[in-house]
Design a protein around this ligand. Sequence first.
Ligand SMILES: [Zn+2]
Ligand SMILES: [Zn+2]
Ligand SMILES: [Zn+2]
Length: 255
Amino acid sequence: MLGTGTSHGVPVIGCACATCRSTDPRDRRLRPSIHLDVPDRASILVDTATDLRQQVLTHGIIRVDAVLFTHAHADHILGLDDMRSFNTLQGRPIPCYANREAWDAIRRTFFYVFDGLPRIGGGIPQLIPNQIDGPLTIGGIRIVPVPLLHGTLPILGFRFGNFSYLTDCNAIPGTSWPLIAGTEVLVVDALRDEPHETHFTIADALAVVERLVPRRAYFTHMTHDLPHAETNARLPQGVELAYDGLVLDIEVDAC
Ligand SMILES: [Zn+2]
Ligand SMILES: [Zn+2]
Ligand SMILES: [Zn+2]
């Protein structure tokens, strides 16, 4: 888990609340992203979060074979320009995958990357855009996109083998439940306790856990309203808040 915070990150700029002043490293949350590392097969980033540079430096990530985008909100894409470093290291363009809605927004936000016009001085990321229309295979790993609703915005979660990553959502459409059935390790959005128009609350996320019954569940995209230790203490067995740097062992589907 490279980042488990909401769009502002935690601590929040200028905030003096107990979570933002906490000395527990699990209360420091960068913007949401995960890294999937399948030894000898694939190194995949899910989203290029605002804090991408800091995240890859912290975790010594020196290779990215592909990027999957959940959606194009700022906290999930603003690190995209730093993909240049991986182009330099790898000497080739890097394939990126997103749904149509996300590509529309990414192409507007990063017009200079995708408009195909020559730019003096170069220095732009070399990325190959691919639209996700169904399950895909990267490095021999089967990846199933899971359509979710983030308010009215259709976004994607992703399933890799026994693991599902469902960030930034407040509804799982009926047709998506079969795609995540049998998930053993779940990461799901749980913004805070107070209702929100586009994110699951802790109670909503617990209802997802109750229906899906994974072996372990972790919450992500938390605001500073959820101090790590205190919140964990009130969660049921097998459910906890994720934190930046958390490593989950999963089993992918090789094909
Ligand atoms: Zn977000
Ligand atoms: Zn705060
Ligand atoms: Zn979002």
